[in-house]
Design a protein around this ligand. Structure first.
Ligand SMILES: Nc1nc2c(c(=O)[nH]1)N[C@H]1C(S)=C(S)[C@@H](COP(=O)(O)O)O[C@H]1N2
Ligand SMILES: [Mo]
Length: 446
């Protein structure tokens, strides 16, 4: 950090180690501590490990001179942690539930810690969860999947039947329709984990639904819709238009290179790219082909949007283009002026992200962010931008534009069309306020 041409600001996502004045003096004067050097050299030789350095060889943190225990001792054997888990220093990076949001934990949601993730893939253990009736660890040997309705031959598949068929693997985001729902009510939810954490992105593996519908001889003339049903107690059922079902929907068993996690629908779930999470039926047990929408509770009572004229908007399925800055974001603190990377995620249920603009003054001026590769259709896209913070108050926003040319709206623009009574489908621009103290908080601009 010292000696770099850019003065790098730091963000307090982990406890920081600061240099004592004495340490700084030791480095800057290039003074050599011979006794210390001798000890380091001896330790390094006995462990056959890290090479000793001499003070003054490089500018920076003198901690580099201390050979820590892990450089001087034998490490743990292979497979002593047979299914790998995160470092004990990363204990803070976990899914979290919002206390008081729901009455029972089995019908609730846990949010993904977007503020601590890199790239676009959500580690499976940190994928958000939304269960209407709790999760089950379903026995794959006893799990069955049926296709019936307007088909020539109704069929029941075992997991073995499905897993021997040709498969595809694709990276897609899943977002609950209720993500950012609290913001409609002007509630200043403190962190990006709670404002946007009903969002995750994985590589899913499975059989294209189109192949299975063909296998059963689905009637594509009369069969205009399908109904997907889960095996849990929630009677989770959703109608999907046949056109979409034949397009890119996957009957998936894989997630990030291994089987789905139980919380995410093991051993089988529907992947409906670009569509709100509720249609991604978990523990998928049945698909019925029909000639009209089914009008189930989860599409007539729930997941509807109350519009200003009193009408209920049903069957909103596509998650429109949206983005959010994940760092710096609410609850974080900038430690000192200087250089920061503003980074975040953008996504669209209609295809690829074309551009992301970032503002540091509440939307008056915009700069185009870098898009990190890969930029995939209906997947999260990571963006970043250089920023010199001069210590004055700032209002950070990101605005995404997708390949259809659709521009992510501001909250006032969205309220104009949708009113204030919605819960679902809030894709408005998020604002984070940076105070001179460096503290970042959630604000809404008029
Ligand atoms: N069978 C079943 N499928 C379900 C649900 C459920 O409760 N039961 N919840 C739905 C909702 S509302 C969402 S947002 C997603 C959440 O998927 P996840 O828990 O893997 O994040 O699953 C959907 N599929
Ligand atoms: Mo959801």
């Amino acid at each position: 950090m010292t000696g770099s041409s850019k003065q790098r600001g730091r963000i307090s996502r982990a406890p920081e180690n600061f240099l004592s004045q004495e340490q700084i003096a030791a480095v800057s004067s290039g003074r050599r501590d011979f006794l210390r050097q001798a000890m380091i050299a001896a330790a390094a030789v006995s462990a056959g490990a890290a090479l000793p350095l001499r003070a003054g060889e490089a500018a920076g943190d003198p901690e580099i001179l201390d050979l820590p225990p892990w450089s001087k001792t034998l490490g743990k054997p292979v497979a002593s942690n047979p299914y790998g888990s995160p470092s004990k220093y990363e204990k803070n990076l976990i899914r979290r539930e919002s206390p008081g949001l729901t009455r029972v934990g089995a019908a609730s949601v846990s949010f993904a810690p977007l503020q601590g993730l890199f790239g676009i893939i959500t580690p499976s253990g940190l994928h958000f969860e939304r269960h209407h009736q709790g999760w089950q660890d379903v026995d794959p040997a006893r799990h069955r999947f049926m296709i019936n309705g307007l088909v020539r031959t109704p069929k029941v598949y075992t997991m073995d039947d499905l897993m021997r068929l040709p498969s595809v693997s694709r990276i897609h985001f899943i977002e609950c329709g209720a993500n950012s729902g609290m913001e409609w009510g002007n509630v200043a939810v403190p962190t990006v984990q709670y404002t946007h954490g009903m969002l995750s992105c994985s590589e899913f593996t499975g059989v294209p639904l189109s192949a299975l519908l063909e296998d059963c001889g689905a009637d594509l003339k009369a069969g205009k819709y399908i109904l997907a049903e889960g095996a849990d107690g929630s009677s989770m059922t959703r109608t999907i238009a046949m056109e979409r079902a034949l397009d890119d929907v996957i009957v998936a068993y894989g997630q990030n290179g291994e089987m789905l996690r139980p919380e995410n629908g093991y051993p089988l779930r529907l992947v409906v790219p670009g569509v709100q999470g509720v249609s991604w039926v978990k523990w998928l047990r049945r698909i019925e082909v029909g000639d009209q929408p089914y009008g189930t509770k989860d599409e007539t009572l729930h997941y509807v949007d109350l519009l200003p004229d009193g009408a209920q908007r049903q069957y909103t399925s596509i998650q429109e283009c949206k983005s959010v800055i994940t760092t710096p974001s609410g609850g974080q603190t900038l430690i000192g002026q200087g250089y920061y990377t503003i980074t975040g995620l953008a996504w669209s249920g209609r295809g690829r992200i074309r551009r992301v603009d970032v503002s540091t003054d509440g939307g008056r001026n915009w700069r185009t962010a870098r898009l990190e590769t890969p930029v995939l259709s209906k997947a999260l896209t990571r963006f970043n931008l250089d920023w010199q913070w001069d210590g004055s108050p700032a209002l950070l926003q990101s605005r995404a534009i997708d390949e259809t040319g659709y521009v992510q709206p501001t909250m006032p623009q969205l309220r104009e069309v949708r009113g204030t009574k919605s819960i679902y489908h809030n894709n408005a621009i998020q604002t984070w306020a940076v105070a001179p103290s460096g503290e970042v908080s959630n604000v809404q601009l008029g």
